[in-house]
Each structure stands twice: as C-alpha cells, then as structure tokens.
Ligand binder design. Structure first.
Ligand SMILES: Nc1ncnc2c1ncn2[C@@H]1O[C@H](COP(=O)(O)OP(=O)(O)OP(=O)(O)O)[C@@H](O)[C@H]1O
Length: 341
C-alpha cells in the first residue's frame, strides 16, 4: 500500500545543512495502522510530509497504492493526493466558516458536484459524531470536536490513506482516547490505512498494529507493536515502552532481595503464573513476585512478571531455561547474591 525506499530529506540553507530523514525504508500494508514514534527533532514530521510530497524527498521513492509519487507531474500529484487525507495537531480549520463550511470547502476544492455537497457533508458529520455542530464556528468547539472536523474534512474525498501529524498531542487524555477510537473505527469500517506520528507511546499502544521508532532521521527499530513490546531490542524502543508499561522495581526494594531477579514476559494466552509455579516446584526454588501485570496490546495479552528466585545457582539457571522454552522471554536483571545462588 505504502512503500518508502531509501527516503532521504536534507534541508539546505546558506548557513547549514540538516538531515531530516536519513535513508529510511518501510512498508505499510493496506488496512494497517502504522505508528511512527520518536522524540522531538527525530524526523517524524519530515517523514510524514514526504509521504504525500508536502516535502519533496531529496532522494529515494515513496510509493502509494502502486504509484511512485516522486515521479508524478504536478497535476497527477494533485490527483494522487486526493486519496491521501491528512490531519494535524493544530487542526487548521477556517475560523470564518462554520463546521459545514469547512467540510464543504474541502469537497468543492476537490471538484465534487455542488448539488451533492450538503448530503455528503451530513454523511461525514454523522461519521465523526458531530451532526449537532453543523452550524457552529471553530471557536465554539472543543479541541476534540475541532479534530473531528479535521477528520471529516480529511475524509471528504474518500481517501485510502490517512496521515496523522501528532493528531492528539493538543488533547487531554480522555479526548485523546475518543479520537483514537474514532480513528480505529474508520480503520475497521472503511478499511482506511492510517499512518500516524507521535511522541506518545500510549497512542501507539492503543491503536497501532505496526510501529517504527525514529532517532536522528533514521528508523532504529520497526515491527509489530506486540512483538516490540514483548521483545524490544534497541534501548530507545525500551525507553518508549517503559513510558507506558513500567517494569521498574525501585532500587530500594530490589536491595531487600538477595536472589536472582528476572523479568519474564509471556506472549499470548499462556497463563504465566501457572507456569511459574510449576517451575518453582520442579526445580525446588523459592520465588517472590516483585511485579506482575497483564497488558493488552493490539487486543492480545502480554504477561509481564518480575521475579526473585532463590535456590541453587544451577537450578535457577535450569529453571529460567525451562520457562524460556514455554514461550516466555527471560531477562536476568540481577544475578543472585545469596549463599544459595
Ligand atoms: N523546513 C525545515 N528547514 C530546515 N530544517 C528543518 C525543516 N523542517 C525540519 N527541519 C529539521 O529536521 C529535523 C527533523 O525535524 P522534524 O520536524 O521532522 O522532527 P520531528 O520528529 O517531527 O520533531 P517534532 O515532534 O518536534 O516536530 C530537525 O533537526 C529539524 O530542525
């Protein structure tokens, strides 16, 4: 559906050269929600804007629905862009026009038959749950309602792709949730492919199927959101995940335990606690749970436990190997320092 190949965006001015996007490649399949996460300055906006050629890449290609946008002349590009909607952090509504007027404007700009505009606007308002605000002006709307207008406007031309530029960053957590639910329903019901950029990992955790982590213009890690939560490889990915799923046990608490401390992550439907108690019994170990949580990511459970294991060092090693085989990821946080370990 969307394929970026070796995409690079370099900003050049008289004084300096800045690399916004550095040789980035990725694919987004049809019907996926793809999140790009990174800190400020990582290159997320530059990358997103390259995806509809609001920024022309310095090199590389961007293919949307089988068409390489970098090869199109300006009129064909305008046509292709109608199939790529975009929403923004600051909404960019026209303050002098009502909600109706804002959406009608987008329809008219796309050359929609004048007589069909009122029905189409009403359909779009219903779709985003804003029918009762048809005649309100942007100043009379909350942030969440403004974003709903932004979404209705972006949907005006029946796009196949929706690009979301920090679409919930100006909203409070409850409103963020409702906008994310709306995006998720558009994805499910219309089969809309969504690419969103955000610095908030909870947005990715909430609705994305796949994600990429960006730093210094590069994608440092990408994959299924579930897999990356279960087994992040890069420190930066771990840092983002720990913002929303905290596995940290305070040092003071850790100091009270002398055994081996391990983080154990179970994927899928497996009842982690059952396996852990089997393991303790089988290897004659004592165990303490320091932390335990089941997170639901992309609708699937991920069980995360931090354990202290006390017993013979060899038995601890064997026990961890045993649970590792039972579809768990095991990471030893600290080796034991009790006489038994
Ligand atoms: N039009 C521009 N001219 C010059 N440099 C730019 C331009 N746009 C972005 N940059 C630079 O490119 C780099 C990436 O910026 P970008 O805005 O894409 O990052 P970001 O991850 O979206 O950050 P933020 O979340 O703060 O917007 C930064 O160093 C930035 O200063």
């Amino acid at each position: 559906m969307i394929e970026a190949r070796e995409l690079t965006k370099i900003y050049k001015s008289k004084k300096r050269t800045v690399i916004g996007v550095d040789n980035v490649s990725f694919r987004v399949e049809k019907g996926e929600i793809f999140g790009i996460v990174g800190y400020s300055g990582a290159g997320k906006s530059s990358l997103l804007r390259c995806m509809n050629l609001l920024e022309r890449p310095t090199s590389g290609t961007i293919n949307v629905d089988g068409i390489d946008l970098t090869k199109l002349n300006s009129s064909r590009l305008r046509e292709a862009r109608l199939k790529i909607g975009m929403i923004f952090q600051h909404f960019y509504l026209i303050n002098q026009k009502t909600v109706y007027g804002n959406i009608a404007f987008a329809l008219k700009a796309a050359g929609v038959e004048q007589s069909t505009v009122p029905t189409r606007v009403d359909e779009l308002l219903k779709r985003v749950g804003l029918s009762d605000k048809r005649d309100a002006y942007p100043a009379q709307l909350s942030g969440g309602q403004k974003q709903r207008v932004g979404i209705a406007r972006a949907l005006a031309n029946n796009p196949r792709v929706l690009l979301c530029d920090e679409a919930t960053s100006a909203l409070d957590p409850t409103t963020t949730k409702s906008i994310l639910q709306l995006l998720q329903s558009l994805n499910k019901e219309l089969g809309l492919t969504i690419v969103l950029i955000t610095h908030e990992m909870n947005v990715v955790k909430e609705i994305c199927h796949k994600m990429a982590v960006m730093q210094h213009g590069k994608i440092v890690e990408q994959g299924n959101v579930y897999d990356l939560f279960a087994e992040p490889k890069e420190e930066l990915t771990k840092e983002f995940i720990e913002n929303v799923v905290s596995f940290n046990v305070p040092e003071r608490t850790l100091a009270q335990f002398t055994g081996t401390i391990a983080k154990v992550v179970f994927k899928g439907e497996i009842a982690g606690e059952g396996i852990i108690s089997d393991m303790l019994q089988q290897f004659s170990l004592n165990g303490n749970f320091l932390h335990g949580a089941i997170e639901y990511i992309d609708g699937k459970p991920l069980g995360i436990f931090i354990l202290e294991l006390q017993g013979e060092a060899v038995a601890v090693k064997q026990a961890l190997a045993y649970i590792e085989k039972r579809s768990a990821e095991v990471e030893v946080i600290r080796d034991g320092h009790s006489p038994l370990n």
